[in-house]
Ligand binder design. Structure first.
Ligand code: FAD
Length: 433
Protein backbone atom coordinates (compact mmCIF):
# COMPACT_ATOMS: atom_id res chain seq x y z
CA UNK A 1 0.00 0.00 0.00
CA UNK A 2 1.07 3.60 -0.64
CA UNK A 3 0.02 7.02 0.48
CA UNK A 4 -0.43 9.74 -2.13
CA UNK A 5 0.46 13.37 -1.52
CA UNK A 6 -1.37 15.60 -4.00
CA UNK A 7 0.47 18.84 -4.86
CA UNK A 8 -1.60 21.87 -5.92
CA UNK A 9 -0.59 25.38 -4.87
CA UNK A 10 2.12 24.28 -2.45
CA UNK A 11 4.93 23.43 -4.87
CA UNK A 12 7.78 22.80 -2.45
CA UNK A 13 9.26 20.01 -0.38
CA UNK A 14 10.23 22.03 2.66
CA UNK A 15 7.86 23.11 5.41
CA UNK A 16 4.78 21.71 3.72
CA UNK A 17 1.97 20.73 6.13
CA UNK A 18 0.17 18.09 4.08
CA UNK A 19 3.38 16.54 2.81
CA UNK A 20 4.74 16.35 6.36
CA UNK A 21 1.70 14.42 7.56
CA UNK A 22 1.87 12.10 4.57
CA UNK A 23 5.54 11.35 5.23
CA UNK A 24 4.71 10.55 8.84
CA UNK A 25 1.78 8.28 7.99
CA UNK A 26 3.81 5.08 8.23
CA UNK A 27 3.38 4.32 4.51
CA UNK A 28 5.66 5.12 1.60
CA UNK A 29 4.63 8.34 -0.13
CA UNK A 30 4.00 8.86 -3.83
CA UNK A 31 3.82 12.60 -4.65
CA UNK A 32 1.64 13.57 -7.59
CA UNK A 33 0.52 16.68 -9.49
CA UNK A 34 -2.36 16.97 -11.95
CA UNK A 35 -2.37 19.51 -14.78
CA UNK A 36 -6.10 20.18 -14.71
CA UNK A 37 -7.52 20.22 -18.22
CA UNK A 38 -10.67 22.01 -17.01
CA UNK A 39 -8.53 24.97 -15.96
CA UNK A 40 -5.96 24.86 -18.75
CA UNK A 41 -8.56 24.70 -21.53
CA UNK A 42 -9.93 28.04 -20.37
CA UNK A 43 -6.61 29.80 -20.88
CA UNK A 44 -6.74 31.29 -24.36
CA UNK A 45 -3.16 32.41 -24.44
CA UNK A 46 -0.97 29.37 -24.96
CA UNK A 47 2.19 31.06 -23.81
CA UNK A 48 0.87 31.47 -20.31
CA UNK A 49 3.53 32.35 -17.77
CA UNK A 50 1.67 30.71 -14.90
CA UNK A 51 1.62 27.32 -16.57
CA UNK A 52 5.31 27.68 -17.31
CA UNK A 53 6.01 28.70 -13.71
CA UNK A 54 4.20 25.59 -12.45
CA UNK A 55 6.09 23.44 -14.94
CA UNK A 56 9.39 24.88 -13.82
CA UNK A 57 8.54 24.39 -10.15
CA UNK A 58 7.57 20.77 -10.80
CA UNK A 59 10.86 20.24 -12.61
CA UNK A 60 12.68 21.53 -9.52
CA UNK A 61 10.73 19.20 -7.24
CA UNK A 62 11.37 16.31 -9.61
CA UNK A 63 15.13 16.91 -9.53
CA UNK A 64 15.17 16.86 -5.75
CA UNK A 65 13.04 13.71 -5.58
CA UNK A 66 15.22 11.91 -8.10
CA UNK A 67 18.25 12.75 -5.97
CA UNK A 68 16.84 10.56 -3.23
CA UNK A 69 15.66 7.78 -5.49
CA UNK A 70 12.03 8.81 -5.75
CA UNK A 71 9.92 10.63 -8.35
CA UNK A 72 6.97 12.91 -8.87
CA UNK A 73 4.11 11.52 -10.94
CA UNK A 74 2.59 14.22 -13.15
CA UNK A 75 -0.74 13.66 -14.88
CA UNK A 76 -2.72 15.75 -17.36
CA UNK A 77 -6.53 15.60 -17.66
CA UNK A 78 -9.74 15.89 -15.71
CA UNK A 79 -8.84 15.33 -12.03
CA UNK A 80 -11.93 13.26 -11.31
CA UNK A 81 -11.07 10.80 -14.10
CA UNK A 82 -7.44 10.79 -13.09
CA UNK A 83 -8.28 9.88 -9.52
CA UNK A 84 -10.45 7.02 -10.72
CA UNK A 85 -7.45 5.70 -12.68
CA UNK A 86 -5.04 6.20 -9.78
CA UNK A 87 -7.32 4.13 -7.56
CA UNK A 88 -7.10 1.23 -9.98
CA UNK A 89 -3.36 1.67 -10.73
CA UNK A 90 -2.15 1.85 -7.12
CA UNK A 91 -3.07 0.21 -3.87
CA UNK A 92 -3.78 3.48 -2.05
CA UNK A 93 -4.08 3.58 1.74
CA UNK A 94 -4.63 7.31 2.26
CA UNK A 95 -4.45 10.60 0.34
CA UNK A 96 -3.02 13.85 1.75
CA UNK A 97 -3.26 17.38 0.41
CA UNK A 98 -3.49 21.02 1.52
CA UNK A 99 -6.61 23.21 1.69
CA UNK A 100 -7.61 25.36 -1.22
CA UNK A 101 -10.25 28.03 -0.62
CA UNK A 102 -11.43 28.78 -4.16
CA UNK A 103 -14.89 27.83 -5.32
CA UNK A 104 -13.85 25.45 -8.10
CA UNK A 105 -11.25 23.76 -5.89
CA UNK A 106 -13.71 23.21 -3.02
CA UNK A 107 -16.16 21.50 -5.36
CA UNK A 108 -13.39 19.41 -6.96
CA UNK A 109 -12.00 18.32 -3.59
CA UNK A 110 -15.48 17.36 -2.43
CA UNK A 111 -15.94 15.10 -5.45
CA UNK A 112 -12.48 13.57 -5.14
CA UNK A 113 -13.06 12.96 -1.42
CA UNK A 114 -16.32 11.17 -2.17
CA UNK A 115 -14.70 8.91 -4.75
CA UNK A 116 -11.82 8.10 -2.42
CA UNK A 117 -14.06 7.43 0.55
CA UNK A 118 -16.32 5.23 -1.53
CA UNK A 119 -13.22 3.13 -2.19
CA UNK A 120 -12.31 2.96 1.47
CA UNK A 121 -9.50 5.52 1.15
CA UNK A 122 -9.20 8.32 3.70
CA UNK A 123 -8.68 11.87 2.35
CA UNK A 124 -6.84 14.24 4.70
CA UNK A 125 -6.39 17.94 4.03
CA UNK A 126 -4.38 20.54 5.95
CA UNK A 127 -3.96 24.26 6.33
CA UNK A 128 -0.78 25.34 4.58
CA UNK A 129 -1.42 28.44 2.46
CA UNK A 130 -2.33 30.81 5.26
CA UNK A 131 -1.39 31.48 8.86
CA UNK A 132 -5.04 31.59 9.92
CA UNK A 133 -8.05 30.23 8.12
CA UNK A 134 -11.79 29.81 8.44
CA UNK A 135 -12.86 30.52 12.05
CA UNK A 136 -9.42 31.03 13.60
CA UNK A 137 -9.64 34.83 13.67
CA UNK A 138 -13.13 36.02 14.58
CA UNK A 139 -14.45 39.04 16.44
CA UNK A 140 -15.44 38.80 20.11
CA UNK A 141 -19.01 38.20 18.94
CA UNK A 142 -17.84 35.21 16.90
CA UNK A 143 -18.42 36.87 13.55
CA UNK A 144 -15.90 37.30 10.72
CA UNK A 145 -14.15 40.65 10.45
CA UNK A 146 -14.91 42.69 7.36
CA UNK A 147 -12.56 45.58 8.15
CA UNK A 148 -8.82 45.09 7.90
CA UNK A 149 -7.49 47.01 10.93
CA UNK A 150 -9.42 45.13 13.65
CA UNK A 151 -8.79 41.87 11.77
CA UNK A 152 -5.06 42.48 11.73
CA UNK A 153 -5.07 43.43 15.42
CA UNK A 154 -6.81 40.17 16.33
CA UNK A 155 -4.54 38.28 13.90
CA UNK A 156 -1.50 39.59 15.77
CA UNK A 157 -3.00 38.85 19.19
CA UNK A 158 -3.80 35.29 18.18
CA UNK A 159 -0.41 34.61 16.69
CA UNK A 160 2.03 32.50 18.67
CA UNK A 161 4.88 30.10 17.97
CA UNK A 162 2.54 27.23 17.31
CA UNK A 163 1.20 28.88 14.15
CA UNK A 164 4.65 29.66 12.82
CA UNK A 165 6.28 26.34 13.53
CA UNK A 166 7.64 24.80 10.38
CA UNK A 167 6.91 21.24 9.36
CA UNK A 168 10.30 19.50 9.20
CA UNK A 169 9.63 17.33 6.18
CA UNK A 170 13.37 16.86 5.61
CA UNK A 171 13.54 14.47 8.58
CA UNK A 172 11.31 12.03 6.71
CA UNK A 173 12.49 12.20 3.10
CA UNK A 174 13.44 8.51 3.30
CA UNK A 175 9.70 7.81 3.37
CA UNK A 176 9.19 8.83 -0.24
CA UNK A 177 8.49 5.79 -2.36
CA UNK A 178 11.52 4.44 -4.26
CA UNK A 179 10.81 4.53 -7.96
CA UNK A 180 12.34 5.04 -11.36
CA UNK A 181 11.83 8.62 -12.51
CA UNK A 182 8.50 9.27 -14.21
CA UNK A 183 8.65 11.49 -17.28
CA UNK A 184 7.27 14.96 -16.75
CA UNK A 185 4.98 15.93 -19.64
CA UNK A 186 6.49 18.79 -21.63
CA UNK A 187 4.74 22.14 -21.93
CA UNK A 188 3.94 21.23 -25.54
CA UNK A 189 2.32 17.99 -24.51
CA UNK A 190 -0.15 19.87 -22.34
CA UNK A 191 -0.87 22.40 -25.12
CA UNK A 192 1.39 25.31 -24.10
CA UNK A 193 4.51 26.95 -25.41
CA UNK A 194 7.48 28.40 -23.63
CA UNK A 195 7.46 32.09 -22.84
CA UNK A 196 10.70 33.90 -22.43
CA UNK A 197 9.78 35.02 -18.94
CA UNK A 198 12.28 35.74 -16.29
CA UNK A 199 10.58 34.80 -13.04
CA UNK A 200 11.22 36.74 -9.84
CA UNK A 201 13.86 35.11 -7.68
CA UNK A 202 12.77 33.01 -4.75
CA UNK A 203 14.64 35.04 -2.21
CA UNK A 204 13.72 37.58 0.38
CA UNK A 205 15.82 40.72 0.01
CA UNK A 206 16.09 41.52 3.69
CA UNK A 207 17.72 44.94 3.25
CA UNK A 208 14.85 45.99 1.02
CA UNK A 209 12.19 44.71 3.42
CA UNK A 210 13.76 46.70 6.26
CA UNK A 211 13.02 49.93 4.40
CA UNK A 212 9.80 48.68 2.81
CA UNK A 213 7.67 51.47 4.32
CA UNK A 214 9.77 54.13 2.58
CA UNK A 215 10.03 52.55 -0.84
CA UNK A 216 6.97 50.38 -1.37
CA UNK A 217 4.92 53.05 -3.17
CA UNK A 218 7.50 54.03 -5.77
CA UNK A 219 6.81 52.05 -8.93
CA UNK A 220 10.03 53.02 -10.71
CA UNK A 221 12.23 51.08 -8.29
CA UNK A 222 12.39 47.57 -6.95
CA UNK A 223 10.76 48.53 -3.66
CA UNK A 224 8.61 45.47 -2.93
CA UNK A 225 9.48 41.81 -2.42
CA UNK A 226 8.21 40.45 -5.76
CA UNK A 227 7.40 37.23 -3.99
CA UNK A 228 3.73 37.20 -5.04
CA UNK A 229 4.10 34.49 -7.69
CA UNK A 230 5.97 32.31 -5.20
CA UNK A 231 3.28 32.82 -2.58
CA UNK A 232 0.63 32.09 -5.20
CA UNK A 233 2.06 28.71 -6.09
CA UNK A 234 3.49 27.91 -2.67
CA UNK A 235 7.12 27.71 -3.74
CA UNK A 236 7.83 29.60 -0.49
CA UNK A 237 6.34 28.91 2.91
CA UNK A 238 4.05 31.57 4.39
CA UNK A 239 5.21 30.55 7.88
CA UNK A 240 8.85 31.23 7.05
CA UNK A 241 8.02 34.58 5.46
CA UNK A 242 5.87 35.59 8.41
CA UNK A 243 8.74 34.84 10.80
CA UNK A 244 10.97 37.04 8.66
CA UNK A 245 8.36 39.78 8.51
CA UNK A 246 8.04 39.82 12.31
CA UNK A 247 11.76 40.34 12.58
CA UNK A 248 12.17 42.83 9.73
CA UNK A 249 9.25 45.15 9.20
CA UNK A 250 5.71 45.42 10.52
CA UNK A 251 4.47 47.21 7.43
CA UNK A 252 5.49 44.27 5.31
CA UNK A 253 3.91 41.88 7.82
CA UNK A 254 0.67 43.78 7.21
CA UNK A 255 0.82 42.88 3.52
CA UNK A 256 0.98 39.21 4.41
CA UNK A 257 -1.98 39.75 6.73
CA UNK A 258 -3.95 41.35 3.85
CA UNK A 259 -3.40 38.11 1.99
CA UNK A 260 -4.87 36.05 4.87
CA UNK A 261 -7.66 38.62 5.25
CA UNK A 262 -8.87 38.31 1.66
CA UNK A 263 -8.66 34.51 1.74
CA UNK A 264 -10.79 34.57 4.87
CA UNK A 265 -13.28 36.93 3.26
CA UNK A 266 -13.67 34.48 0.39
CA UNK A 267 -14.30 31.68 2.85
CA UNK A 268 -16.93 33.55 4.84
CA UNK A 269 -18.61 35.39 1.97
CA UNK A 270 -18.70 32.92 -0.92
CA UNK A 271 -21.03 35.19 -2.94
CA UNK A 272 -17.94 37.18 -3.97
CA UNK A 273 -16.77 34.03 -5.73
CA UNK A 274 -19.93 34.15 -7.86
CA UNK A 275 -19.34 37.49 -9.52
CA UNK A 276 -21.31 39.49 -6.95
CA UNK A 277 -20.35 42.66 -5.13
CA UNK A 278 -19.45 42.18 -1.48
CA UNK A 279 -21.99 44.92 -0.72
CA UNK A 280 -24.96 43.90 -2.75
CA UNK A 281 -26.38 47.40 -3.26
CA UNK A 282 -23.39 48.16 -5.50
CA UNK A 283 -24.78 45.73 -8.04
CA UNK A 284 -27.35 48.42 -8.92
CA UNK A 285 -24.78 50.63 -10.62
CA UNK A 286 -25.53 51.26 -14.27
CA UNK A 287 -22.19 50.91 -16.05
CA UNK A 288 -21.33 52.48 -19.38
CA UNK A 289 -19.26 49.46 -20.47
CA UNK A 290 -17.92 51.08 -23.63
CA UNK A 291 -15.96 48.36 -25.41
CA UNK A 292 -13.70 50.72 -27.37
CA UNK A 293 -12.66 52.48 -24.20
CA UNK A 294 -12.11 49.16 -22.45
CA UNK A 295 -9.79 48.09 -25.27
CA UNK A 296 -7.83 51.32 -24.96
CA UNK A 297 -7.45 50.76 -21.23
CA UNK A 298 -6.26 47.20 -21.81
CA UNK A 299 -3.70 48.34 -24.35
CA UNK A 300 -2.42 51.28 -22.30
CA UNK A 301 -3.74 53.96 -24.67
CA UNK A 302 -5.98 56.10 -22.47
CA UNK A 303 -3.80 59.20 -22.69
CA UNK A 304 -3.31 59.12 -18.90
CA UNK A 305 0.40 58.24 -18.64
CA UNK A 306 0.39 56.56 -15.22
CA UNK A 307 -2.56 54.36 -16.23
CA UNK A 308 -1.01 53.49 -19.58
CA UNK A 309 2.40 52.74 -18.08
CA UNK A 310 0.79 50.32 -15.62
CA UNK A 311 -1.18 48.49 -18.28
CA UNK A 312 1.87 48.25 -20.50
CA UNK A 313 3.94 46.87 -17.63
CA UNK A 314 1.22 44.27 -17.05
CA UNK A 315 0.99 43.32 -20.72
CA UNK A 316 4.75 43.07 -21.12
CA UNK A 317 5.70 41.33 -17.89
CA UNK A 318 2.67 39.83 -16.13
CA UNK A 319 3.41 42.07 -13.14
CA UNK A 320 2.15 45.48 -12.09
CA UNK A 321 3.24 47.48 -9.08
CA UNK A 322 0.61 47.59 -6.32
CA UNK A 323 0.22 51.39 -6.34
CA UNK A 324 -0.36 51.29 -10.08
CA UNK A 325 -2.79 48.37 -9.77
CA UNK A 326 -4.87 50.65 -7.55
CA UNK A 327 -4.64 53.57 -9.99
CA UNK A 328 -5.46 51.57 -13.14
CA UNK A 329 -8.33 49.75 -11.44
CA UNK A 330 -9.79 52.97 -10.11
CA UNK A 331 -9.46 54.61 -13.52
CA UNK A 332 -11.34 51.86 -15.34
CA UNK A 333 -14.17 51.86 -12.83
CA UNK A 334 -14.48 55.47 -11.86
CA UNK A 335 -13.20 57.41 -14.89
CA UNK A 336 -14.56 55.13 -17.58
CA UNK A 337 -17.51 53.80 -15.58
CA UNK A 338 -16.78 50.26 -16.73
CA UNK A 339 -17.87 47.29 -14.60
CA UNK A 340 -15.06 46.29 -12.25
CA UNK A 341 -15.63 42.65 -13.25
CA UNK A 342 -14.25 43.42 -16.73
CA UNK A 343 -11.04 44.66 -15.20
CA UNK A 344 -10.93 41.83 -12.70
CA UNK A 345 -11.14 39.34 -15.58
CA UNK A 346 -8.43 41.13 -17.55
CA UNK A 347 -6.06 41.09 -14.56
CA UNK A 348 -6.93 37.43 -13.97
CA UNK A 349 -5.83 36.64 -17.49
CA UNK A 350 -2.60 38.62 -17.35
CA UNK A 351 -1.24 38.63 -13.79
CA UNK A 352 1.48 36.11 -13.09
CA UNK A 353 0.50 36.23 -9.41
CA UNK A 354 -3.22 36.03 -10.10
CA UNK A 355 -5.03 34.85 -7.03
CA UNK A 356 -8.81 35.00 -6.90
CA UNK A 357 -9.16 36.35 -3.38
CA UNK A 358 -6.48 39.07 -3.61
CA UNK A 359 -7.55 40.14 -7.10
CA UNK A 360 -11.22 40.28 -6.25
CA UNK A 361 -10.38 42.07 -3.00
CA UNK A 362 -8.31 44.64 -4.89
CA UNK A 363 -10.97 45.24 -7.51
CA UNK A 364 -13.81 45.51 -5.02
CA UNK A 365 -11.68 47.84 -2.94
CA UNK A 366 -11.22 50.06 -5.99
CA UNK A 367 -14.91 49.96 -6.93
CA UNK A 368 -15.86 50.75 -3.31
CA UNK A 369 -18.16 47.72 -3.32
CA UNK A 370 -15.88 45.58 -1.16
CA UNK A 371 -15.09 45.05 2.48
CA UNK A 372 -13.11 47.90 3.95
CA UNK A 373 -13.19 49.73 0.64
CA UNK A 374 -12.50 53.42 0.07
CA UNK A 375 -15.73 55.47 0.16
CA UNK A 376 -17.06 55.82 -3.37
CA UNK A 377 -16.73 59.60 -3.42
CA UNK A 378 -12.97 59.37 -2.90
CA UNK A 379 -11.68 59.11 -6.45
CA UNK A 380 -8.02 58.72 -7.40
CA UNK A 381 -6.73 61.60 -9.46
CA UNK A 382 -4.14 60.11 -11.84
CA UNK A 383 -2.30 63.42 -12.10
CA UNK A 384 -1.82 63.91 -8.37
CA UNK A 385 -0.96 60.22 -7.95
CA UNK A 386 1.79 60.75 -10.51
CA UNK A 387 3.09 63.84 -8.71
CA UNK A 388 3.25 61.89 -5.48
CA UNK A 389 4.63 58.56 -6.61
CA UNK A 390 6.41 59.16 -9.93
CA UNK A 391 7.28 62.88 -9.86
CA UNK A 392 10.22 62.52 -12.23
CA UNK A 393 8.18 60.31 -14.57
CA UNK A 394 10.80 57.58 -14.38
CA UNK A 395 8.29 54.76 -14.30
CA UNK A 396 6.11 56.38 -16.92
CA UNK A 397 8.94 57.00 -19.37
CA UNK A 398 10.18 53.46 -19.02
CA UNK A 399 6.88 52.15 -20.36
CA UNK A 400 5.88 55.04 -22.63
CA UNK A 401 8.89 56.06 -24.70
CA UNK A 402 6.66 58.11 -27.05
CA UNK A 403 5.26 60.18 -24.14
CA UNK A 404 6.24 63.56 -25.54
CA UNK A 405 5.53 62.86 -29.19
CA UNK A 406 2.36 63.37 -31.19
CA UNK A 407 1.92 59.58 -31.33
CA UNK A 408 0.82 59.53 -27.69
CA UNK A 409 -3.01 59.82 -27.44
CA UNK A 410 -4.92 62.70 -25.86
CA UNK A 411 -6.76 61.91 -22.60
CA UNK A 412 -9.71 59.62 -23.25
CA UNK A 413 -11.90 61.59 -20.83
CA UNK A 414 -11.56 64.81 -18.86
CA UNK A 415 -10.99 64.23 -15.14
CA UNK A 416 -13.57 66.58 -13.59
CA UNK A 417 -16.25 65.54 -16.07
CA UNK A 418 -15.57 61.84 -15.35
CA UNK A 419 -15.64 62.49 -11.62
CA UNK A 420 -19.08 64.13 -11.74
CA UNK A 421 -20.39 61.38 -13.99
CA UNK A 422 -19.35 58.53 -11.71
CA UNK A 423 -20.52 60.28 -8.55
CA UNK A 424 -23.97 60.59 -10.05
CA UNK A 425 -24.03 56.95 -11.21
CA UNK A 426 -23.05 55.70 -7.76
CA UNK A 427 -25.46 58.01 -6.00
CA UNK A 428 -28.37 56.95 -8.22
CA UNK A 429 -27.57 53.27 -7.61
CA UNK A 430 -27.26 53.61 -3.85
CA UNK A 431 -30.39 55.79 -3.55
CA UNK A 432 -32.34 52.92 -5.10
CA UNK A 433 -31.73 50.52 -2.25
P1 FAD B 1 4.86 42.97 -1.48
O1 FAD B 1 4.48 44.39 -1.37
O2 FAD B 1 6.26 42.61 -1.24
O3 FAD B 1 3.91 42.16 -0.46
C1 FAD B 1 4.24 40.85 0.00
C2 FAD B 1 3.12 39.88 -0.29
O4 FAD B 1 1.96 40.23 0.45
C3 FAD B 1 2.68 39.84 -1.73
O5 FAD B 1 3.54 39.02 -2.51
C4 FAD B 1 1.28 39.28 -1.61
O6 FAD B 1 1.28 37.87 -1.47
C5 FAD B 1 0.80 39.87 -0.30
N1 FAD B 1 0.04 41.09 -0.56
C6 FAD B 1 0.51 42.36 -0.69
N2 FAD B 1 -0.51 43.23 -0.86
C7 FAD B 1 -1.64 42.50 -0.86
C8 FAD B 1 -3.01 42.82 -1.01
N3 FAD B 1 -3.44 44.07 -1.17
N4 FAD B 1 -3.89 41.82 -0.98
C9 FAD B 1 -3.50 40.54 -0.79
N5 FAD B 1 -2.22 40.17 -0.65
C10 FAD B 1 -1.31 41.14 -0.68
N6 FAD B 1 -2.01 40.19 -5.26
C11 FAD B 1 -1.89 38.91 -5.62
O7 FAD B 1 -1.08 38.17 -5.04
N7 FAD B 1 -2.63 38.39 -6.65
C12 FAD B 1 -3.52 39.15 -7.35
O8 FAD B 1 -4.20 38.64 -8.26
C13 FAD B 1 -3.65 40.52 -6.99
N8 FAD B 1 -4.51 41.34 -7.69
C14 FAD B 1 -4.63 42.65 -7.30
C15 FAD B 1 -5.55 43.47 -8.00
C16 FAD B 1 -5.71 44.81 -7.63
C17 FAD B 1 -6.71 45.68 -8.37
C18 FAD B 1 -4.95 45.34 -6.56
C19 FAD B 1 -5.12 46.76 -6.15
C20 FAD B 1 -4.05 44.53 -5.87
C21 FAD B 1 -3.88 43.19 -6.23
N9 FAD B 1 -2.97 42.34 -5.54
C22 FAD B 1 -2.86 41.02 -5.91
C23 FAD B 1 -2.24 42.81 -4.35
C24 FAD B 1 -0.84 43.41 -4.60
O9 FAD B 1 -0.88 44.35 -5.63
C25 FAD B 1 0.21 42.34 -4.95
O10 FAD B 1 0.17 41.29 -4.01
C26 FAD B 1 1.62 42.93 -4.94
O11 FAD B 1 1.70 44.01 -5.84
C27 FAD B 1 2.64 41.86 -5.32
O12 FAD B 1 3.92 42.39 -5.31
P2 FAD B 1 5.02 41.96 -4.23
O13 FAD B 1 5.11 40.47 -4.18
O14 FAD B 1 6.25 42.70 -4.53
O15 FAD B 1 4.33 42.46 -2.89
Amino acid sequence: KVVIFWYRRDLRLEDNAGLYHALKSGYKVLPIFIFDKNILDKLENKNDQRVEFIHKSLTDIQEQLISFGSSLLVKYGNPIEIWKNLISDFDIAEVYTNHDYEKYAIERDKQVGEILNANGIAFYTFKDQTIFEKNEVLSGAGTPYTVFTPYSRKWKETLNEFYLKSYPTEKYFQNFIKSNPYDLPTLNEIGFIETESVFPKKELREELIKKYDEVRDIPSILGTSRLSVHLRFGTVSIRKLTQKALALNEKWLNELIWRDFYMNILHHFPHIGEGKSFRKEYDNIVWRNNETEFKKWCEGKTGYPIVDAGMRELNATGFMHNRVRMITASFLIKHLLIDWRWGEAYFAEKLMDFDFSANNGGWQWASSSGCDAAPYFRIFNPTSQTQKFDPELKYIKKWIPELNSFEYPRPIVEHTFARERVLKAYKDALDKK
